[in-house]
Design a protein around this ligand. Sequence first.
Ligand SMILES: Cc1ncc(COP(=O)(O)O)c(C=O)c1O
Length: 385
Amino acid sequence: MLYADYNGSSPMLNEVKDYLRLRMQSNIFANPNAIHSLGQKINSAINESRKTLAQYCGCDPYQIIFNSGASEGITQILSSILNEAREDQKIIITSPIEHSVVLNILEHYEKVKGFKIIYTNVDLHGQVDLNHLRELISEYKCAIVCVMAVNNETGVFQPYQEIASLCKEVSVPYFCDTTQLIGKVPFNFNESQLDYAVCSGHKLGALPGSGFMIIKDRTQLKPLIFGSSQEGGQRGGTQNYLGIETLAIAMKEHFNSYSLINNLEQEKLLFEKNMKINFPEVQIIGEDHPRLPGTTLIGLAGIHGQAVQIELEAQDIFVTTSSACTDNNPETSKVLKAMGVNEDIGRSVIRISLSPSCLKEDYSKLSKALGQAYLKLKKIDAFGY
Ligand SMILES: Cc1ncc(COP(=O)(O)O)c(C=O)c1O
């Protein structure tokens, strides 16, 4: 089997599986908020994990709040800010390439609370237009700027550090969706000058259902889930302590394998180059900007992406079309539409996303299987219906 959907979700890391096996055998399960010794043991493990994550993410342990993952973090952060927005600041500046979690919450605030959303331009290669964003920020008094760090479909890095500086100059809160960034490449919260960051454990190979947010100033955050004093009263409910422990294990493993990222990037570029030599008409989306190592969004004009996906699955290779969340939709994705990608290419794309643990042979296997699928499907007029 070749799993090539790491942006959708990462298989659990071996180190996490090993940890969990031993952890189960220890038979220490208790409520971390109980003051008996078992509870306190678990509470200490949570705080050790917090310290480890803070060390690898360049923040203070106090700035980390555990939760169920990115969607929850995004919802809590955005609602905390927007619920407090002044009447004369009911404007949101964002990009049209944000993940649906972000766009859906913002649209909710537009419909229900009378906010106005203003979208930045995005260039042909999938990066937010910084000059346009700068103009918007100086023209409008907004409640928040939301621009992601890395796009999940194209893998294109967004200029999030520059955006953080811009927002700082005018004292506007900046929410950066870091779901595809944390753990995949080195990240330092404080150096990036971000106000907020989010992470999902399943993107890191930790236990699904675990995650955390990093909050620069915790006084700005309102609870979404009310409980008692868990996570300083800002995220109620008994903590998912096994998940939390695996977050720290996984993050440490990623930190130790950052040296392999360059290799992955080189193998990806070679794969893309070979695809273009063999099939000059294929397009690598976002090719002109720095992209996440291991992510390729490839357009095979005239072919249906889902047909390619099925062909690959028959060979035990797992990819998605644009993103895992929209995989069931044969339409051109919103992200590609915002980039001005035409329908012919838009409906033909498949996303390949690998991790540094993947091997050179994985790209060779993909190259061969994708080439064969393309030659076969090219004979069929996919859009001739
Ligand atoms: C950029 C981005 N933001 C947010 C999310 C939501 O993450 P989750 O479904 O783990 O909450 C994803 C998931 O794919 C993502 O890629």
